[in-house]
Design a protein around this ligand. Structure first.
Ligand code: HEC
Ligand code: HEC
Length: 487
């Protein structure tokens, strides 16, 4: 008995990261089941892997990272120098004592790539970034990417860290970590062969409960055609897994996410505390691909069979401590200093904001009511009503993402307007480039040319919905935007 008790005490002590805190269990089946909103289609079924399977996946070992520089900034002999280094494990939980140490370790996790390729890929990446107009940071590096020495003499190039998609590089080279990312969709994967490309796209986007899935088109597309679709997606918008190659999604700003009650544009996951943030990261950086969507598992890409799981030993996951540190870091990110002054114009704009009823949905101080609103054409079900915080007004934006993808819920989240001065493109699909365009009534016309994401093969289309603020006078509109840019 006593021995057992001591063991429990020891385990409890080991789980105490900073005074009085315990690390929540990521793969808590109940928390996961109550955390995810169901698909909006009757009969569609989403079944996650069991905790037993999840915890058999080996934990990720994190090594020291080194910057990827734009070619003209790379120091002479840089790679040769790196090849001489020993690998160095950097994430070491027993060393983390204070809150600041946890947050700093979480930043490493945020920046740690989950996919590695031979270092030669750097050339291709630099080309894509340059062609897309993404400039390096002030120090000449691309913080979206990094290099890791995995073994003496072996340097690998890594991407798909949180930082890959959630780091904004401003035109002056300043970096906003956690901002809407500066990443071209094309960078996220350039499949080596036709068959691999097709099954990869299927794994990412197939929606098994739809009779007509737009993703089926990929089956008859060439690599060049798929790459052309990806190239047409503006920087700041990506076809994240579970969205669609043809309905990509705006990368959200993570600064301030601690206060948001739903995650994703479709409000797919409830955010009730740090455990949910850890679950979100685990799902989106691997475990979503293991999920059974009405009989289809995206891992078929690896196994060749629709509903087969790969042996867990072949995979990799974040450790509990890594996820905890990561979530603490994400919560800790402070907004950059806002250069836009509060002045007479912005104060007038604040009046317009109040008068136009914006605060009903974009409620200060978060500038979101933290509610979700039914998408155009979605009939709210009794079960939705019982559990969710629903704003009944239908905003009327394009419902494809939230009705016809694996991230669909039937709802759109009301986004926070904080930090809108450094964001863009705007709207869930990034259809418009700027605030000016969002409040331009011409966007409702069918002959409008979207200034953000247009749509595959689309030259003009209406950017529907969200009629608020479209009927303002020139002066009121300018004032409203000046106000929004101070948030
Ligand atoms: C390939 C690009 C990519 C990577 C890598 C990525 N994200 Fe995201 N992230 C997105 C996109 C796109 C969305 C929006 C998805 C949606 O709305 O359905 C998103 C949404 C989120 C959200 C929800 C925010 C909100 O307000 O709704 C959080 C939190 C988040 N990501 C955190 C992370 C963390 C932490 C990591 C690393 C563990 C990570 N992301 C890795 C692209 C990425
Ligand atoms: C009935 C609720 C509601 C009202 C009222 C409302 N909005 Fe919104 N707003 C939303 C929703 C929902 C979205 C996201 C729509 C989407 O992406 O499909 C949004 C998006 C936005 C965006 C784009 C944010 C981004 O990051 O992409 C801005 C800017 C905005 N609203 C400003 C305003 C202003 C200013 C007003 C008042 C003139 C207003 N809204 C009134 C619900 C509302």
């Amino acid at each position: 008995m006593a021995g057992r008790l001591i063991l429990y005490v020891l385990i409890a002590a080991a789980m105490l990261p900073a005074r009085g805190q315990t690390i929540p269990r990521t793969w808590d089946e109940k928390a996961l089941a109550t955390g995810l909103l169901p698909p909006p289609v009757a009969g569609a079924k989403v079944t996650l892997v069991t905790a037993d399977y999840y915890y058999r996946i080996p934990e990720r070992v994190m090594y020291r990272q080194y910057p990827v520089y734009a070619a003209r900034f790379e120091p002479a002999g840089y790679l040769t120098e790196l090849a001489r280094k020993e690998p160095e494990v950097v994430f070491d939980p027993p060393k983390l004592k204070t809150e600041d140490e946890w947050i700093a370790a979480g930043r490493e996790v945020f920046r740690y790539p989950i996919t590695f390729v031979p270092v030669e890929a750097m050339q291709e990446w630099r080309g894509i970034l340059e062609r897309s107009g993404v400039r390096p940071a002030r120090d000449g590096s691309y913080p979206q990417l990094s290099l890791v020495v995995v073994k003496k003499g072996v340097v690998m190039a890594g991407f798909l860290s949180c930082a890959t998609c959630h780091t904004r590089i401003l035109p002056d080279g300043n970096v906003i970590e956690g901002g809407q990312g500066s990443v071209p969709d094309l960078l996220l994967g350039f499949p080596p062969g036709l068959e691999v490309m097709r099954s990869f796209e299927r794994a990412l986007f197939r929606v098994p409960w739809l009779k007509e899935d737009s993703e089926d088109r990929v089956e008859s597309m060439s690599i060049d055609q798929v790459n052309a679709v990806k190239t047409a997606i503006p920087v700041g918008v990506v076809a994240r897994h579970g969205t669609s190659l043809f309905s990509p999604v705006q990368i959200p700003d993570l600064i301030g996410v601690r206060d948001r009650r739903y995650l994703d544009h479709t409000g797919l996951m409830r955010h009730r505390g740090i455990g949910d943030m850890m679950r979100y990261a685990a799902l989106n950086q691997g475990a979503d691909m293991l999920t059974d969507y009405s009989g289809f598992r995206p891992t078929y890409f690896l196994t060749g069979e629709e509903n087969k799981l790969p042996p867990p030993e072949k995979l990799e996951r974040y450790s509990e401590a890594q996820l905890f540190a990561l979530a603490k870091y994400v919560y800790s990110i402070e907004p950059p200093v806002n250069p836009n002054p509060v002045n007479a114009l912005s104060r007038r704009g604040e009046g317009v904001f109040a008068r136009e009823g914006c605060a009903r949905c974009h409620t200060p101080p978060l500038y979101t009511s933290n509610r979700i609103t039914p998408a155009l054409g979605y009939t709210v079900r009794e079960e939705d009503r019982q559990v969710d915080d629903i704003e009944p007004t239908v905003v009327g934006t394009d419902p494809t993402l939230t009705l016809r993808t694996r991230r669909a819920t039937g709802f759109y989240k009301i986004p926070s307007l904080r930090g809108v001065w450094y964001r863009g493109p705007l709207e869930h699909e990034g259809s418009v480039a700027t605030l000016e365009d969002w409040f331009d009534a011409r966007r409702l016309r069918d002959d409008y040319v979207p200034t953000g994401y247009k749509g595959d093969g689309v030259t003009h289309r209406a950017v529907r919905g969200h009629p608020f603020g479209l009927g303002l006078s020139q002066e009121d509109r300018a004032a409203l935007m000046a106000f929004l840019r101070t948030l």
